[in-house]
Design a protein around this ligand. Structure first.
Ligand code: FAD
Length: 391
Protein backbone atom coordinates (compact mmCIF):
# COMPACT_ATOMS: atom_id res chain seq x y z
CA UNK A 1 0.00 0.00 0.00
CA UNK A 2 0.81 3.70 -0.19
CA UNK A 3 2.94 4.96 2.65
CA UNK A 4 3.01 8.64 3.59
CA UNK A 5 5.46 9.61 6.28
CA UNK A 6 5.67 12.80 8.24
CA UNK A 7 8.41 13.71 10.63
CA UNK A 8 8.28 15.51 13.94
CA UNK A 9 8.77 19.24 14.10
CA UNK A 10 10.02 21.43 16.91
CA UNK A 11 7.91 24.54 17.41
CA UNK A 12 4.19 24.16 18.09
CA UNK A 13 3.53 25.51 14.61
CA UNK A 14 4.95 22.44 12.92
CA UNK A 15 4.34 19.86 15.60
CA UNK A 16 1.80 17.32 14.39
CA UNK A 17 -1.11 16.30 16.60
CA UNK A 18 -3.03 13.29 15.29
CA UNK A 19 -6.58 13.04 16.60
CA UNK A 20 -7.87 9.51 16.01
CA UNK A 21 -11.68 9.54 15.75
CA UNK A 22 -13.80 12.38 14.35
CA UNK A 23 -16.82 11.76 16.58
CA UNK A 24 -18.10 14.31 19.08
CA UNK A 25 -15.00 14.49 21.27
CA UNK A 26 -12.45 14.12 18.44
CA UNK A 27 -13.99 16.89 16.35
CA UNK A 28 -14.16 19.25 19.33
CA UNK A 29 -10.63 18.38 20.40
CA UNK A 30 -9.35 19.13 16.91
CA UNK A 31 -10.61 22.72 17.41
CA UNK A 32 -8.80 23.01 20.75
CA UNK A 33 -5.48 21.84 19.26
CA UNK A 34 -5.89 23.89 16.08
CA UNK A 35 -6.41 27.06 18.13
CA UNK A 36 -2.98 26.46 19.64
CA UNK A 37 -1.40 26.36 16.20
CA UNK A 38 -0.52 22.68 15.95
CA UNK A 39 -0.71 20.86 12.65
CA UNK A 40 -3.86 18.89 13.42
CA UNK A 41 -4.70 15.75 11.48
CA UNK A 42 -7.95 14.00 12.31
CA UNK A 43 -8.40 10.39 11.20
CA UNK A 44 -11.95 9.09 11.08
CA UNK A 45 -12.87 5.58 9.99
CA UNK A 46 -16.29 6.57 8.63
CA UNK A 47 -16.97 8.54 5.47
CA UNK A 48 -17.74 12.25 5.87
CA UNK A 49 -21.12 12.20 7.65
CA UNK A 50 -21.93 15.60 6.13
CA UNK A 51 -22.37 13.79 2.79
CA UNK A 52 -23.90 10.60 4.14
CA UNK A 53 -27.60 9.85 3.73
CA UNK A 54 -27.92 7.80 6.89
CA UNK A 55 -25.73 8.63 9.86
CA UNK A 56 -25.46 5.85 12.37
CA UNK A 57 -24.36 6.83 15.83
CA UNK A 58 -24.87 5.76 19.39
CA UNK A 59 -28.15 7.66 19.82
CA UNK A 60 -30.19 10.06 17.69
CA UNK A 61 -30.21 12.90 20.19
CA UNK A 62 -28.55 13.59 23.53
CA UNK A 63 -28.67 15.86 26.53
CA UNK A 64 -26.13 18.69 26.54
CA UNK A 65 -25.46 20.13 29.98
CA UNK A 66 -23.33 22.80 31.60
CA UNK A 67 -19.99 20.94 31.28
CA UNK A 68 -20.48 20.38 27.58
CA UNK A 69 -21.62 23.93 26.94
CA UNK A 70 -18.55 25.34 28.63
CA UNK A 71 -16.28 23.34 26.37
CA UNK A 72 -18.20 24.50 23.30
CA UNK A 73 -17.94 28.10 24.42
CA UNK A 74 -14.12 27.83 24.64
CA UNK A 75 -14.00 27.22 20.89
CA UNK A 76 -16.76 29.74 20.09
CA UNK A 77 -19.38 27.10 19.29
CA UNK A 78 -21.82 27.42 22.19
CA UNK A 79 -24.36 29.75 20.58
CA UNK A 80 -24.41 27.84 17.34
CA UNK A 81 -25.23 24.57 19.09
CA UNK A 82 -27.50 25.94 21.81
CA UNK A 83 -29.66 27.74 19.23
CA UNK A 84 -30.48 24.34 17.70
CA UNK A 85 -31.13 22.67 21.04
CA UNK A 86 -34.43 22.26 22.85
CA UNK A 87 -34.38 23.24 26.54
CA UNK A 88 -35.60 20.58 28.96
CA UNK A 89 -36.38 22.17 32.32
CA UNK A 90 -37.60 19.07 34.09
CA UNK A 91 -38.15 15.37 33.87
CA UNK A 92 -41.76 14.48 33.13
CA UNK A 93 -42.66 11.27 34.88
CA UNK A 94 -45.37 9.19 33.18
CA UNK A 95 -47.23 6.93 35.59
CA UNK A 96 -48.94 3.77 34.46
CA UNK A 97 -52.31 5.55 34.58
CA UNK A 98 -50.99 8.18 32.14
CA UNK A 99 -50.64 10.86 34.79
CA UNK A 100 -47.69 13.19 34.11
CA UNK A 101 -45.72 14.85 36.94
CA UNK A 102 -42.73 17.14 36.42
CA UNK A 103 -39.55 16.94 38.54
CA UNK A 104 -37.38 20.03 37.89
CA UNK A 105 -33.65 19.57 37.27
CA UNK A 106 -32.64 22.50 39.37
CA UNK A 107 -33.67 26.01 40.18
CA UNK A 108 -36.04 27.98 38.02
CA UNK A 109 -34.35 28.84 34.75
CA UNK A 110 -31.93 25.90 34.83
CA UNK A 111 -32.20 23.33 32.06
CA UNK A 112 -30.39 20.82 29.92
CA UNK A 113 -30.70 20.79 26.12
CA UNK A 114 -31.80 18.08 23.73
CA UNK A 115 -29.45 18.23 20.74
CA UNK A 116 -29.25 16.24 17.54
CA UNK A 117 -26.10 14.10 17.57
CA UNK A 118 -25.53 14.14 13.82
CA UNK A 119 -25.99 17.91 13.59
CA UNK A 120 -23.63 18.49 16.51
CA UNK A 121 -20.98 16.22 15.02
CA UNK A 122 -21.30 17.84 11.57
CA UNK A 123 -21.06 21.36 13.03
CA UNK A 124 -17.93 20.45 14.98
CA UNK A 125 -16.28 18.88 11.93
CA UNK A 126 -17.01 22.02 9.89
CA UNK A 127 -15.63 24.19 12.67
CA UNK A 128 -12.45 22.08 12.92
CA UNK A 129 -11.95 22.32 9.17
CA UNK A 130 -12.23 26.10 9.27
CA UNK A 131 -8.72 26.22 10.77
CA UNK A 132 -6.13 26.29 7.97
CA UNK A 133 -3.81 24.12 10.09
CA UNK A 134 -6.39 21.34 10.60
CA UNK A 135 -7.27 18.59 8.17
CA UNK A 136 -9.81 15.81 8.51
CA UNK A 137 -9.02 12.53 6.82
CA UNK A 138 -12.19 10.48 6.43
CA UNK A 139 -12.20 6.79 5.48
CA UNK A 140 -9.05 6.30 7.55
CA UNK A 141 -9.47 3.47 10.02
CA UNK A 142 -6.66 3.10 12.53
CA UNK A 143 -5.59 -0.51 12.35
CA UNK A 144 -2.55 -0.61 14.56
CA UNK A 145 0.15 1.57 16.07
CA UNK A 146 3.50 1.15 17.77
CA UNK A 147 4.07 2.43 21.30
CA UNK A 148 7.83 2.40 20.56
CA UNK A 149 7.88 4.51 17.42
CA UNK A 150 4.39 6.08 17.47
CA UNK A 151 3.87 4.91 13.89
CA UNK A 152 0.16 4.53 13.11
CA UNK A 153 -1.24 2.43 10.27
CA UNK A 154 -4.57 3.29 8.68
CA UNK A 155 -6.69 1.10 6.47
CA UNK A 156 -8.40 2.74 3.47
CA UNK A 157 -11.67 1.51 1.89
CA UNK A 158 -9.76 0.29 -1.19
CA UNK A 159 -7.67 -1.97 1.03
CA UNK A 160 -4.53 0.16 0.83
CA UNK A 161 -2.67 1.29 3.92
CA UNK A 162 -1.20 4.58 5.02
CA UNK A 163 1.28 5.15 7.81
CA UNK A 164 2.03 8.28 9.77
CA UNK A 165 3.91 9.45 12.83
CA UNK A 166 2.79 12.35 14.96
CA UNK A 167 4.28 14.26 17.88
CA UNK A 168 1.15 13.54 19.90
CA UNK A 169 -1.57 10.96 19.31
CA UNK A 170 -4.94 11.81 20.84
CA UNK A 171 -7.23 8.80 21.09
CA UNK A 172 -10.87 9.82 20.61
CA UNK A 173 -11.90 6.61 18.90
CA UNK A 174 -14.75 5.73 21.21
CA UNK A 175 -15.74 2.95 23.60
CA UNK A 176 -14.08 0.20 21.52
CA UNK A 177 -10.92 2.24 20.98
CA UNK A 178 -8.24 0.68 18.78
CA UNK A 179 -5.61 2.97 20.29
CA UNK A 180 -6.42 1.65 23.76
CA UNK A 181 -5.59 -1.93 22.71
CA UNK A 182 -1.89 -1.13 22.94
CA UNK A 183 -2.34 0.24 26.46
CA UNK A 184 -3.59 -3.20 27.53
CA UNK A 185 -0.17 -4.69 26.85
CA UNK A 186 1.63 -2.26 29.15
CA UNK A 187 2.61 -3.04 32.70
CA UNK A 188 0.57 -1.31 35.43
CA UNK A 189 -2.29 -0.37 33.12
CA UNK A 190 -5.63 -0.87 34.89
CA UNK A 191 -8.63 -1.75 32.82
CA UNK A 192 -12.17 -2.89 33.46
CA UNK A 193 -15.13 -3.30 31.15
CA UNK A 194 -18.69 -4.13 32.21
CA UNK A 195 -21.71 -4.78 30.05
CA UNK A 196 -24.98 -4.14 31.85
CA UNK A 197 -27.85 -6.62 31.33
CA UNK A 198 -29.92 -3.93 29.62
CA UNK A 199 -30.01 -3.02 25.95
CA UNK A 200 -31.67 -0.06 24.23
CA UNK A 201 -33.89 0.50 21.25
CA UNK A 202 -34.99 3.80 19.68
CA UNK A 203 -38.50 4.55 18.44
CA UNK A 204 -39.87 7.71 16.84
CA UNK A 205 -42.94 9.53 18.09
CA UNK A 206 -44.21 11.65 15.16
CA UNK A 207 -45.79 15.11 15.47
CA UNK A 208 -49.52 15.24 16.20
CA UNK A 209 -51.44 17.64 13.94
CA UNK A 210 -48.18 19.44 13.17
CA UNK A 211 -47.20 19.87 16.83
CA UNK A 212 -45.17 17.96 19.38
CA UNK A 213 -47.25 14.98 20.57
CA UNK A 214 -46.20 15.69 24.20
CA UNK A 215 -44.91 18.76 26.04
CA UNK A 216 -41.59 19.53 24.35
CA UNK A 217 -39.55 21.16 27.12
CA UNK A 218 -39.18 18.03 29.22
CA UNK A 219 -37.22 14.84 29.29
CA UNK A 220 -40.07 12.34 29.45
CA UNK A 221 -39.53 9.23 31.57
CA UNK A 222 -41.67 6.13 32.01
CA UNK A 223 -39.95 4.45 35.00
CA UNK A 224 -41.05 0.86 35.41
CA UNK A 225 -38.51 -0.39 37.98
CA UNK A 226 -36.68 -3.11 36.05
CA UNK A 227 -36.90 -1.16 32.81
CA UNK A 228 -37.92 2.23 31.48
CA UNK A 229 -38.57 4.35 28.44
CA UNK A 230 -37.42 7.93 27.96
CA UNK A 231 -38.17 10.49 25.22
CA UNK A 232 -36.22 13.57 24.12
CA UNK A 233 -37.63 16.20 21.72
CA UNK A 234 -36.21 16.95 18.25
CA UNK A 235 -36.38 20.16 16.18
CA UNK A 236 -38.68 18.49 13.62
CA UNK A 237 -41.29 18.10 16.40
CA UNK A 238 -40.75 14.39 16.75
CA UNK A 239 -39.59 12.71 19.93
CA UNK A 240 -36.99 9.98 20.00
CA UNK A 241 -38.16 7.39 22.52
CA UNK A 242 -35.53 5.07 23.93
CA UNK A 243 -36.60 1.84 25.53
CA UNK A 244 -34.10 0.41 28.04
CA UNK A 245 -34.75 -3.20 29.09
CA UNK A 246 -32.86 -6.36 30.00
CA UNK A 247 -31.93 -8.27 26.85
CA UNK A 248 -33.93 -11.28 27.99
CA UNK A 249 -37.10 -9.15 28.06
CA UNK A 250 -36.36 -7.82 24.54
CA UNK A 251 -35.89 -11.38 23.36
CA UNK A 252 -39.23 -12.59 24.72
CA UNK A 253 -41.08 -10.19 22.42
CA UNK A 254 -41.07 -11.73 18.99
CA UNK A 255 -44.24 -10.54 17.21
CA UNK A 256 -45.96 -7.22 16.52
CA UNK A 257 -48.93 -8.24 18.65
CA UNK A 258 -46.63 -9.00 21.57
CA UNK A 259 -45.12 -5.51 21.24
CA UNK A 260 -48.58 -3.97 21.52
CA UNK A 261 -49.48 -6.21 24.50
CA UNK A 262 -46.27 -5.21 26.20
CA UNK A 263 -46.86 -1.50 25.63
CA UNK A 264 -50.49 -1.91 26.71
CA UNK A 265 -49.22 -3.28 30.02
CA UNK A 266 -46.41 -0.81 30.70
CA UNK A 267 -46.64 2.28 28.44
CA UNK A 268 -50.32 2.51 27.40
CA UNK A 269 -50.27 6.30 26.95
CA UNK A 270 -47.44 6.01 24.40
CA UNK A 271 -49.26 3.62 22.02
CA UNK A 272 -51.52 6.17 20.25
CA UNK A 273 -48.66 8.70 20.17
CA UNK A 274 -46.15 6.37 18.51
CA UNK A 275 -48.88 4.61 16.52
CA UNK A 276 -49.79 0.91 16.50
CA UNK A 277 -48.40 0.18 13.03
CA UNK A 278 -45.18 2.11 13.57
CA UNK A 279 -44.66 0.37 16.89
CA UNK A 280 -45.17 -3.08 15.42
CA UNK A 281 -42.74 -2.28 12.61
CA UNK A 282 -40.04 -0.15 14.27
CA UNK A 283 -39.56 -2.39 17.29
CA UNK A 284 -38.01 -4.99 14.97
CA UNK A 285 -36.14 -2.61 12.67
CA UNK A 286 -32.85 -2.87 14.57
CA UNK A 287 -31.76 -5.24 17.31
CA UNK A 288 -31.41 -3.79 20.82
CA UNK A 289 -27.96 -2.26 21.35
CA UNK A 290 -25.63 -3.14 24.21
CA UNK A 291 -24.24 -0.67 26.76
CA UNK A 292 -20.76 -0.89 28.16
CA UNK A 293 -18.93 0.88 30.97
CA UNK A 294 -15.15 1.14 30.63
CA UNK A 295 -12.73 2.38 33.25
CA UNK A 296 -8.99 2.54 32.82
CA UNK A 297 -5.86 4.25 34.11
CA UNK A 298 -3.49 5.82 33.18
CA UNK A 299 -4.88 7.75 30.22
CA UNK A 300 -1.49 8.30 28.63
CA UNK A 301 1.68 6.61 27.39
CA UNK A 302 4.85 8.66 27.93
CA UNK A 303 4.68 11.94 26.01
CA UNK A 304 3.20 10.18 22.97
CA UNK A 305 -0.43 9.23 23.39
CA UNK A 306 -3.45 10.26 25.44
CA UNK A 307 -7.01 8.90 25.55
CA UNK A 308 -10.09 11.14 25.86
CA UNK A 309 -13.86 10.77 25.66
CA UNK A 310 -15.36 7.29 25.51
CA UNK A 311 -11.96 5.82 24.59
CA UNK A 312 -10.87 6.68 28.14
CA UNK A 313 -14.19 6.31 29.94
CA UNK A 314 -17.26 4.88 28.25
CA UNK A 315 -20.14 5.25 30.71
CA UNK A 316 -23.70 3.93 30.72
CA UNK A 317 -26.00 6.67 29.39
CA UNK A 318 -28.27 7.11 32.42
CA UNK A 319 -26.54 10.14 33.81
CA UNK A 320 -26.54 11.95 30.47
CA UNK A 321 -22.90 12.85 30.98
CA UNK A 322 -20.86 10.70 28.58
CA UNK A 323 -20.36 13.32 25.91
CA UNK A 324 -20.41 16.13 28.46
CA UNK A 325 -17.58 14.53 30.41
CA UNK A 326 -15.67 13.93 27.16
CA UNK A 327 -16.10 17.60 26.25
CA UNK A 328 -14.86 18.54 29.71
CA UNK A 329 -11.78 16.35 29.12
CA UNK A 330 -10.86 18.79 26.33
CA UNK A 331 -11.09 21.80 28.68
CA UNK A 332 -9.05 20.11 31.40
CA UNK A 333 -6.33 19.09 28.94
CA UNK A 334 -6.29 22.57 27.43
CA UNK A 335 -5.80 24.20 30.84
CA UNK A 336 -2.94 21.82 31.69
CA UNK A 337 -1.35 22.70 28.34
CA UNK A 338 -1.26 26.32 29.52
CA UNK A 339 0.12 25.37 32.91
CA UNK A 340 2.97 23.29 31.46
CA UNK A 341 3.77 25.30 28.34
CA UNK A 342 2.61 22.59 25.94
CA UNK A 343 5.36 20.25 27.17
CA UNK A 344 3.74 16.87 26.49
CA UNK A 345 6.10 15.02 28.85
CA UNK A 346 4.65 17.06 31.74
CA UNK A 347 1.11 17.62 30.44
CA UNK A 348 0.18 13.98 29.86
CA UNK A 349 0.98 12.60 33.35
CA UNK A 350 -0.69 15.63 34.93
CA UNK A 351 -3.78 15.06 32.81
CA UNK A 352 -3.99 11.46 34.03
CA UNK A 353 -3.46 12.56 37.63
CA UNK A 354 -6.20 15.18 37.51
CA UNK A 355 -8.71 13.52 35.25
CA UNK A 356 -8.85 9.83 36.16
CA UNK A 357 -10.57 10.29 39.55
CA UNK A 358 -13.21 12.62 38.10
CA UNK A 359 -13.99 10.43 35.10
CA UNK A 360 -14.20 7.34 37.31
CA UNK A 361 -16.65 9.20 39.52
CA UNK A 362 -18.82 10.06 36.51
CA UNK A 363 -18.80 6.37 35.56
CA UNK A 364 -19.92 5.40 39.08
CA UNK A 365 -22.64 8.06 39.16
CA UNK A 366 -23.90 6.89 35.76
CA UNK A 367 -24.12 3.33 37.05
CA UNK A 368 -25.97 4.57 40.12
CA UNK A 369 -28.41 6.57 38.03
CA UNK A 370 -29.11 3.39 36.02
CA UNK A 371 -31.17 2.32 39.06
CA UNK A 372 -32.25 5.82 40.07
CA UNK A 373 -34.00 6.63 36.80
CA UNK A 374 -35.96 3.45 36.34
CA UNK A 375 -36.84 2.85 40.01
CA UNK A 376 -36.13 5.62 42.51
CA UNK A 377 -37.83 8.38 40.52
CA UNK A 378 -41.00 6.47 41.34
CA UNK A 379 -40.48 6.96 45.04
CA UNK A 380 -41.68 9.82 47.17
CA UNK A 381 -38.27 10.20 48.71
CA UNK A 382 -36.89 11.22 45.34
CA UNK A 383 -39.32 14.07 44.86
CA UNK A 384 -37.94 15.88 47.87
CA UNK A 385 -34.42 15.89 46.58
CA UNK A 386 -33.39 19.15 45.01
CA UNK A 387 -30.81 20.48 42.59
CA UNK A 388 -29.72 17.26 40.95
CA UNK A 389 -27.58 17.73 37.88
CA UNK A 390 -28.54 14.39 36.41
CA UNK A 391 -31.24 13.16 34.09
P1 FAD B 1 -17.83 8.40 19.70
O1 FAD B 1 -18.97 9.33 19.61
O2 FAD B 1 -18.10 6.93 19.78
O3 FAD B 1 -16.91 8.67 18.44
C1 FAD B 1 -15.80 7.87 18.14
C2 FAD B 1 -15.40 8.12 16.70
O4 FAD B 1 -14.20 7.39 16.40
C3 FAD B 1 -16.47 7.65 15.71
O5 FAD B 1 -16.70 8.66 14.77
C4 FAD B 1 -15.84 6.41 15.08
O6 FAD B 1 -16.27 6.21 13.75
C5 FAD B 1 -14.35 6.72 15.16
N1 FAD B 1 -13.50 5.54 15.21
C6 FAD B 1 -13.70 4.40 15.92
N2 FAD B 1 -12.70 3.54 15.73
C7 FAD B 1 -11.83 4.14 14.87
C8 FAD B 1 -10.59 3.74 14.27
N3 FAD B 1 -10.07 2.53 14.51
N4 FAD B 1 -9.96 4.61 13.44
C9 FAD B 1 -10.50 5.84 13.19
N5 FAD B 1 -11.67 6.26 13.71
C10 FAD B 1 -12.32 5.42 14.54
N6 FAD B 1 -23.84 11.55 26.50
C11 FAD B 1 -24.29 12.74 27.00
O7 FAD B 1 -23.48 13.58 27.40
N7 FAD B 1 -25.62 13.01 27.07
C12 FAD B 1 -26.56 12.11 26.66
O8 FAD B 1 -27.76 12.39 26.76
C13 FAD B 1 -26.14 10.86 26.15
N8 FAD B 1 -27.03 9.95 25.73
C14 FAD B 1 -26.59 8.74 25.26
C15 FAD B 1 -27.54 7.80 24.86
C16 FAD B 1 -27.14 6.56 24.41
C17 FAD B 1 -28.17 5.55 24.02
C18 FAD B 1 -25.75 6.26 24.32
C19 FAD B 1 -25.28 4.92 23.84
C20 FAD B 1 -24.81 7.21 24.70
C21 FAD B 1 -25.21 8.46 25.18
N9 FAD B 1 -24.29 9.42 25.58
C22 FAD B 1 -24.73 10.62 26.08
C23 FAD B 1 -22.85 9.15 25.55
C24 FAD B 1 -22.22 9.71 24.28
O9 FAD B 1 -22.84 9.12 23.16
C25 FAD B 1 -20.73 9.41 24.24
O10 FAD B 1 -20.13 9.72 25.46
C26 FAD B 1 -20.05 10.21 23.12
O11 FAD B 1 -20.54 9.81 21.87
C27 FAD B 1 -18.54 10.03 23.19
O12 FAD B 1 -17.94 10.69 22.12
P2 FAD B 1 -16.57 10.17 21.55
O13 FAD B 1 -16.20 11.13 20.47
O14 FAD B 1 -15.62 9.92 22.66
O15 FAD B 1 -16.90 8.73 20.94
Amino acid sequence: GRVAMESAGTSSRDQVVAVVGGGLVGALNACFFARRGFQVKVFESREDIRNAEIVRGRSINLALSHRGRQALSRVGMEEKIVSKGIPMHARMIHSLSGKQSPIPYGKKGQYILSVDRANLNKALLTEAESYPNAKINFDHKLEDWSTDTGLMTFLRPDGSKESLKADLIVGCDGAFSTLRKQFLRLSRFNYSQTYIPHGYLELTMPPLAGEFAMKPNFLHIWPRNTFMMIALPNLDKTFTCTLFMPFDVFEKITSGDQVIDFFQTYFPDAIPLIGVDALKRDYFRLPAQAMVSVKCSPYHINDKCVLMGDAAHAVVPFYGQGMNAGFEDCIVFDEIMDQYNEDFSAVLPEYTRVRVPDDHTIADLAMYNYVEMRAHVNSKWFRFRKNLDNI
